[in-house]
Design a protein around this ligand. Structure first.
Ligand code: PLP
Length: 497
């Protein structure tokens, strides 16, 4: 195998030469630029069938290294067709999220530095930049100065660490003695609304609290936790000898982006000396828009808040932030320093591995810092503000139409709606079943065009379509297009029945 600098093959030993790196690096940056320029021509949802990609890949690894040219060619041939294009401006499903150019540069540099920031000294830049970038984000969101932040990969992990810290605070020696086989330990209870994200359930399962530790509180007719029901549930559990220790409020629920009444919840939590964790994974970023800051009302008294820049702050996946008022408890729950990790400066600095289950940590702060610097507070706010305007615009079309209805308020960038045309005289149950079927067919019909992607949920037991606007490339044109597609699907399906 040739190993000269122009071959595209790996040398006999060592890494790719820097000449080759430069050459293929430029080529790949060109490739990515072309990808963005033409992403709209591709179907948003990958059109492959399960197993298609695997069938095209060799079952065993190559014995000898392959040329970079061949690897890059396979990006177009194999990988791109198997992608669902989150960067497509008509990706409206789930919480539509998107990367951004400064974020991509941050990822690239972070891979180049490849620091494992478990200790301050293993990457002072990573540790200190994280502290600074998270303080900037805290200020932009208008959060209390007593909150300090730490980066994890996902909100699922941020919330799990918050609940672990809350549990550490109940002083039941759970870190030392665990929970199993203990007669002295009451049932520890966590409360969240029935609209809370499944990651809260998973965190509780992972922490060994058991699913029965999570009590789901009903919501009002706008999908917000019923604070009175919360207060009653806590009182009832206390009477039964349980130990309520944590409430999880959601600011921006997954199904409908509803916002729990944090101020009322905080009062209840404080009365019972409970930890209040706020899951603002999606909506938290919107607080960088000054006129939307009120979505975090009451959060100044929260013990912890999870927010995901990778959901709505144009940050490539992954980057979730946990802001916490009691980092000492996070540390108490997780710090464990073997001899080989002792350092002379450990009392003066933050060592990231003290604050979570993982040892090494990626240099995620770099991309966030680059994004905040490149767009600035105003630039970030302008983009999120525009997404909210587009969501309101779409909602206004839904409201004005006889054939569609809005299924939830639209506080941010998500619209929940469904088709509800006149149906021939049928009873209520049959009507609802038919509407479910119709809306599902409309969604699959739109998605099958490849021109847009929507997802669904159930609200009040009705199949509901979700249009989420969060992509940095989405404009009013894309939103108008999806509205036309939806109406076209509705007419086509109705014409066939
Ligand atoms: N919390 C809420 C409210 C969410 O909507 C989501 C995901 O959509 C999550 C948590 C989980 O996010 P992650 O993928 O970062 O774990």
């Amino acid at each position: 195998m040739p190993d000269d600098n122009e071959s595209g093959f790996a040398p006999q030993l060592g890494d790719m030469s820097t000449q080759e790196f430069r050459r293929f690096g430029y080529e790949l940056i060109d490739w990515i630029s072309n990808y963005f320029d033409r992403v709209e021509e591709r179907p948003v949802l990958s059109q492959i069938e399960p197993g298609d990609l695997k069938a095209q890949l060799p079952p065993s690894p190559p014995e000898k290294g392959e040329a970079m040219q061949a690897i890059i060619a396979d990006l177009d041939r194999l990988i791109v067709p198997a992608l669902t294009h989150w960067s497509h401006p008509s990706f409206f499903a789930y919480f539509a999220t998107s990367t951004s150019a400064p974020g991509i540069f941050g990822e690239l540099l972070s891979a180049a530095f490849d620091t494992k920031a478990m200790l301050w000294r293993t990457s002072p830049a990573s540790t200190e930049l994280e502290e600074v970038a998270l303080d900037w984000l805290r200020q932009m969101m208008g959060l209390d100065a007593r909150l300090t932040g730490i980066i994890y990969d996902t909100a699922s992990v941020s919330s799990m660490h918050a609940i672990a810290a809350a549990r550490e605070g109940v002083e039941q020696r759970i870190r030392e003695e665990g929970m199993s086989g203990r007669k002295d330990l009451p049932l520890l209870r966590v409360y969240a609304s029935d609209q809370a994200h499944s990651s809260i359930d998973k965190g509780i399962i992972t922490l060994g609290l058991g699913q029965r530790a999570l009590r789901k509180i009903p919501c009002d007719n706008e999908f917000r936790m019923d604070a009175k029901a919360l207060a009653a549930a806590i009182e009832e559990d206390k009477r039964e000898g349980m130990l309520p220790f944590c409430v999880v409020a959601t600011v921006g629920t997954t199904s409908s982006s509803s916002i729990d009444p944090v101020r009322a919840i905080v009062e209840i939590g404080e009365k019972h000396a409970m930890w209040l964790h706020v899951d603002a994974a999606y909506a938290g970023s919107a607080a960088v828009v000054p006129e939307l800051r009120s979505i975090l009302d009451g959060c100044e008294r929260a013990d912890s808040i999870a927010v995901n820049p990778h959901k709505w702050l144009f940050t490539p996946f992954d980057l979730s932030v946990l802001y916490c008022r009691h980092m000492d408890l996070v540390r108490r729950a997780f710090s464990l320093v073997p001899e080989y990790l002792r350092t002379p400066e450990q009392e003066k600095v933050r060592n990231g591995s003290d604050y979570g289950i993982q040892l090494g940590r990626r240099f995620r702060a770099l991309k966030l810092w680059m994004i905040i610097r490149y767009f600035g507070h105003e630039g970030l706010a302008a983009r999120i503000r525009e997404h909210c305007r587009l969501a309101r615009l779409f909602a206004s079309w839904v409201e004005r139409s006889e054939s569609w209805e809005r299924m939830a308020p639209v506080p941010l960038g998500l619209v929940c709606f469904r088709a509800c045309p006149e149906l021939d005289s049928v009873n209520e149950e049959t009507r609802e079943q038919r509407l479910d079927g119709l809306n599902e067919a409309i969604m699959h019909g739109v998605n099958a065009t490849g021109k847009a992607l929507l997802s669904h949920t159930r609200l009040n037991d009705k199949l509901t379509l979700r249009l989420s606007i969060g992509n940095i490339r989405t404009t009013e044109t894309h939103v108008r297009q999806v509205w036309d597609l939806l109406n076209h699907q509705l007419q086509t399906i109705r014409a066939h029945h």
